[in-house]
Design a protein around this ligand. Structure first.
Ligand SMILES: *Cc1c(COP(=O)(O)O)cnc(C)c1O
Length: 378
């Protein structure tokens, strides 16, 4: 008999989600507005601290799209983006007819390399265009080098959009990810650390920016009794039903973070005798990762096998694992975009693997995973 599939990361309900949805039904708040949306935003603001304001939206991608619009990105502009990321970080640049300029990662966090970032900025300025924004990503929950990256951004006076889609619950020097950028985005897609089935948020530093985001997300309707528009608008608001799921999920966010961090420790144990495998963890105590997904880097295994062999072995046991995001500068759709850096992102793509990291994995799942890995290693 085939055993149940062990997923990389699957939705994990806390219990109260249904209560908030029922409330919405009882009050007939089925419209894309309502008390769950307002409360979910409050929950996120309280969680993130630093006096940020949060606009709940239909997806993280929508939040990035609005962030770029709010920073004035237009056709022919250039926007710097970490190359090693999910395509959703870069696609909204293309929606606006702007050009993404991709930058390599550094080895410690696998996120945007401050040195390559500065090279890119210098060179783009020399070529005649100063980039309009920088998109840094806390990949797999690991904070990027916030101090170094933001110091470069400040030096050239370029705003930072912090893609914190994978990093709700992570922090850097005790400050929550999602509060560092001029604007930041979150995602509540099905496989993220908390989910609203589909959803996202834009995090802003003040209420004016939040209001601007909501205005754009609700068709940019001017203040008039009839429907009047002086700007192009979008239909990007989160629904009151989805926000009900979000409220329930916020109650268990810290429990999810703890469970995902335990999965990272679990893998350190599984691979402790295999010198050819590095389990990615925080480089110093300044970093705190939610370990949304645990990443291992495979250098040289004693048995001579490769990353792809492990992935196929796990697949045979009905255990999902996945290579890292394929860097954007290697994607056919972005083949003409400029790229700065060397081979850090591309070699991580070649040698590394994301392992099942869900907060809902059971002891018996962990047992199956460690047996499958041991079986492979020996
Ligand atoms: C999931 C994700 C997004 C997009 O979020 P959606 O809610 O799926 O649109 C953006 N950036 C990164 C790094 C992501 O992982």
């Amino acid at each position: 008999m085939k055993q149940n599939k062990i997923w990389l990361s699957s939705p994990h309900m806390g219990g109260n989600e249904q209560t908030y949805i029922n409330e919405a039904f009882k009050e007939n708040w089925i419209a894309p507005l309502g008390p769950n949306v307002t409360s979910f935003e409050k929950d996120l603001e309280n969680y993130l601290q630093e006096n940020v304001k949060v606009a709940a939206l239909s997806s993280g991608t929508a939040a990035l799209h609005l962030a770029l619009i709010m920073l004035g990105v237009e056709r022919e502009d250039e926007v710097i983006c970490q190359s090693l990321t999910f395509a959703a970080s870069a696609n909204p640049i293309a929606y606006l007819g702007a050009t993404p300029v991709f930058v390599d990662s550094e080895e410690e966090t696998l996120n945007i390399c401050p040195k390559a970032l500065e090279d890119a900025i210098e060179d783009r300025i020399k070529k005649g265009k100063k980039p309009k924004a920088i998109i840094g990503v806390h990949l797999y929950g690991m904070p990027y080098k916030v101090n170094e990256v933001h110091a470069v951004a400040k030096k050239y006076d370029i705003p930072v959009i912090e893609d914190s889609a994978e990093a709700l619950g992570s922090s850097y020097n005790g400050q929550k990810c999602g509060t560092f950028g001029d604007l930041a985005i979150l995602s509540f897609n099905g496989n993220k650390i908390i989910t609203t089935s589909g959803g996202g948020a834009l995090v802003t530093k003040d209420i004016e920016k939040k209001d601007q985001a909501i205005f754009l997300a609700t068709q940019a309707r001017d203040d008039a009794p009839h429907y009047q528009h002086s700007q192009i608008g979008y239909n990007y608001r989160l629904s009151n039903i989805s926000a009900g799921i979000g409220r329930g999920q916020m109650e268990v966010l810290d429990v999810h973070v703890k469970a995902r961090r335990q999965m990272n420790d679990f893998y350190k144990g599984v691979f402790k005798d295999e010198e050819g495998v590095k389990v990615f963890s925080e480089p110093t105590d300044n970093y705190f990762s939610n370990h949304w997904l645990t990443v291992i880097q495979i250098d040289k295994l004693k048995n001579g096998l490769k990353r792809e062999d492990l992935r196929l072995h796990l697949q045979e046991k009905n255990i999902e694992s996945r290579p890292l995001w394929k860097p954007m500068h290697l994607q056919p759709v972005f083949k003409n975009a400029p790229y700065y850096g060397s081979e850090i992102a591309s070699s991580a793509f070649k040698n590394s693997l994301c392992l099942p990291s869900g907060s809902n994995l059971l002891e018996q799942d962990k047992k199956r995973i460690s047996e499958a890995i041991n079986d492979f290693l020996n």
